[in-house]
Write a protein that binds this ligand. Structure first.
Ligand SMILES: Nc1nc2c(ncn2[C@@H]2O[C@H](COP(=O)(O)OP(=O)(O)OP(=O)(O)O)[C@@H](O)[C@H]2O)c(=O)[nH]1
Ligand SMILES: [Mg+2]
Length: 276
């Protein structure tokens, strides 16, 4: 079966028309800049580039056999589909450029053996964890989206393990993260800052005292206003897990009410607010 027969099969299976674009540079422009579905052939008429952009592909196995039969295929664009399983491209080891942005990919196992890749675009997928082996993969990791060779692009993925801040620093930092994890293990931190903000005299300090001591009785006489910010650490309470939760309370005083203190909030990491 010729490569063009295979292209026809893919068109039929996906219900799309693929445009012959001639040169790979043109295909690049058509596929990546215009989001077109197209293919490109070499001088022998063998397909070397294929773009099935936005072809509504959920199950890659529908065209896996055809992709495998395109033996000269090095450039593949499957962006803007709903692919979540990469099993269908696992054995396409000739691939050099692979575009998988805007899909439903979270498991990267299918690209592990694609050792000839020079660019892999995984922008805008639901990847929240990277596999350990990615730190030894031959491409550099980049928190970005782009078309420069030498990188795997991860922009717009909800990465937690390792966190985005680590991925932004590149492969060496990711490698270091995994090594530290192996050495030190992982631990959950049940700790937070609790900021009590509100109008002067609205009862912030009283609330803090009550949180620390249930029996604290609300004074009848006028109390002194808080000056600045009073920080009381270690308010502990059970949350039904093996550890108690610990909160460090920040009580904002009259001159540092919510309006005046608002500019400092973004610089205080992970706070909980009570706004009176
Ligand atoms: N009746 C009643 N009085 C309260 C309550 N909470 C606070 N108060 C009284 O309100 C007054 C002000 O309370 P604080 O807790 O000092 O208020 P605050 O928001 O910390 O005030 P600043 O530090 O000046 O901003 C005190 O006289 C308290 O006794 C409450 O729940 N009920
Ligand atoms: Mg106060």
């Amino acid at each position: 079966m010729s490569d063009l027969d295979i292209i026809k099969q893919i068109e039929k299976e996906l219900g799309v028309t693929l445009k012959e674009t001639g040169e790979i540079e043109l295909a690049f422009a058509f596929a990546l800049e215009l989001g077109e579905s197209c293919y490109t052939t070499d001088t022998q008429g063998k397909v070397e580039g294929l773009s099935c952009y936005g072809c509504n592909i959920k199950d890659l196995n529908r065209i896996a056999l055809q992709l495998k039969s395109l033996t000269n295929l090095t450039w593949l664009n499957l962006s803007s589909n709903q692919i979540n399983d990469l099993e269908g491209i696992k054995s396409l080891t000739n691939l050099t450029w692979l575009y998988l942005s805007s899909n439903q990919i979270s498991d990267l196992e299918g690209i592990k053996d694609l050792t000839n890749l020079v660019l892999l675009d995984l922008t805008d997928n639901p990847i929240d964890a990277l596999p350990r082996w990615i730190a030894d993969f031959h491409l550099e990791l980049k928190w970005d989206s782009g078309w420069k060779d030498g990188f795997i692009y991860f922009y717009d993925n909800p990465l937690k393990n390792p966190p985005v801040e680590i991925v932004k620093q590149g492969k060496e930092a990711v490698k270091n993260y995994f090594e530290q994890l192996e050495i030190q293990g992982k631990d959950e931190i049940y700790e937070a800052k609790l900021m009590i903000v509100g109008e002067p005299g609205s009862g912030k300090t009283t609330l803090m005292n009550k949180l620390f001591d249930r029996d604290f009785s609300v004074p009848n006489e006028k109390t002194e206003s808080t000056v600045g910010i009073e920080v009381r650490p270690n308010w502990e309470f059970a949350i039904g897990s093996e550890k108690d939760f610990k909160a460090h309370i920040w009580d904002f005083g009259r001159a540092t009410d919510s309006v005046h203190a608002a500019p400092v909030f973004p610089y205080i990491r992970l706070p909980l607010y009570i706004n009176g």
